[in-house]
Design a protein around this ligand. Structure first.
Ligand code: ATP
Length: 375
């Protein structure tokens, strides 16, 4: 069968569950207008568990609400499975949203809450029953079907809200900080539940949170947002080990930032402020550069290690501070760099250093365990 180019283009768009194309969102008019989403271009794959992560006010809820149709872009296009849904009202989108507040009907029991949307859509009784049984099983709500929302715990209400959304079999499920109201322990078990349910149903989940650990625990990929823009998109592992910017590195864990210059004749090393020559994970363009090294990637030695490969950084230092964290220690070590370095070390490594009353320690890391920041 011969396909036109247009059809092909549509097919390739259809690989993406949700596609933001050049989206701007402004609130207000004229010079007073507030740009909340600033040229957002983002593809969320079908069946992905995708999180929008960022500090309060960065625009993640607004981005989510645009997928749901509760906000409309000021500019740009929004596609769902390849189809332009920019102007389509919420009730005609194949999308459901789970709110932090659950928004259950207080006067209906669990069964009726779940059934409500199906009745409104005019789905036949037998089909309703089948679908409800399916989501009740998924969300493990069998024991609570006759209860009203006030007779349920926060976690149970959350599962009802989830079941009520999933019963519509949407293409995309939107979740706006759905676990924020739960205590730490319940939150962690609901994370496991959410992940399991998403994998069983295979629906695209778009999850909004300002909690990095939560985003990492749940997601296939995460978009880090800052002031209405995308800072970086990647798997949790990519964001952690290869943060593109200082903001991302800082937002997703503890970091050591080392500023310096790369000279044109030596693209493989950073000449740090303080004079140290530090090997880079890859050749870099000449100019001022910053690298990031995670505290757990810095090794601690009581004496200068005898033989080290060329792609390892080595610095001499003195321990300023040693914080015991239970399973490990966090040290602050002064070196010739302007800022002290954070070093995560085991009991053994710390004993080896402090046991012999050594004033001097040595630090090293593999160039491959550092990352060059784009900014
Ligand atoms: P949070 O985690 O605090 O919910 P967020 O990243 O989800 O933050 P948004 O709710 O998307 O942020 O809001 C982004 C910005 O847009 C904020 O500065 C907010 O005050 C503003 N904003 C959101 N909705 C409106 C509105 N209807 N009118 C005017 N400004 C708005």
């Amino acid at each position: 069968m011969i396909m036109s180019n247009g059809f092909k283009a549509k097919r390739s768009d259809a690989q993406h569950g949700v596609r933001f194309r050049g989206i701007f969102k402004r609130f207000g008019e004229g010079p007073q207008a507030l740009t909340v989403i600033n040229n957002l271009n983002l593809d969320i794959g079908r069946g992905e568990f995708f999180s929008l992560l960022g500090p309060s006010g960065c625009g993640k809820t607004t981005a989510l609400r645009m997928i749901g149709g509760f906000e409309h872009p000021s500019e740009g296009e929004l596609l769902l499975d390849g189809e332009d849904i920019t102007g389509v009202p919420p009730y005609r989108r194949d999308v459901n949203m789970v709110f932090q507040s659950y928004s259950l009907f207080p006067h209906m029991d669990v069964y009726d809450n779940i059934e409500y949307g199906l009745r409104r859509k005019g789905i036949q009784r037998e089909e309703r029953r089948k679908r409800i049984a399916e989501v009740v099983g998924l969300a493990q709500l069998e024991a609570y079907l006759g209860r009203r929302p006030t007779q349920l715990s926060g976690g149970q209400q959350q599962r009802v809200a989830l079941a009520r959304a999933l019963v519509n079999r949407p293409k995309v499920l939107l979740l706006d900080e759905p676990l924020a109201a739960l205590d730490a322990k319940l939150r962690s078990s609901m994370q496991t539940e959410l992940r399991r349910i998403q994998q069983e149903v295979g629906i695209t989940f778009v999850f909004v949170t300002h909690d990095q650990q939560e985003a990492f625990a749940l997601s296939d990929r995460v978009a880090v947002m800052r002031a209405g823009r995308l800072e970086q998109v990647g798997t949790p592992h990519e964001l952690y080990s290869r943060p593109a910017t200082r903001f991302v590195a800082d937002f997703v864990g503890q970091s050591n930032f080392i500023d310096g210059r790369v000279e044109p004749e030596a693209p493989g090393v950073l000449r740090a402020k303080g004079g140290e020559v530090i090997p880079l994970p890859a050749p870099a363009e000449a100019g001022p550069r910053t690298i990031v090294v995670r505290p757990e990637n810095v090794a601690l030695y009581p004496a200068k290690p005898a033989q080290l490969p060329a792609d390892v950084a080595l610095l001499r230092g003195t321990v300023l501070e040693n914080t015991f964290l239970g399973s490990k220690h966090l040290l602050r070590v002064k070196t010739s760099l302007p800022e002290p370095l954070l070093v995560e070390a085991s009991h053994e490594a710390v004993n080896a250093v402090s046991g012999g009353a050594v004033a001097e320690v040595w630090l090293s890391w593999r160039a491959a365990d550092s990352a060059i920041l784009a900014d």
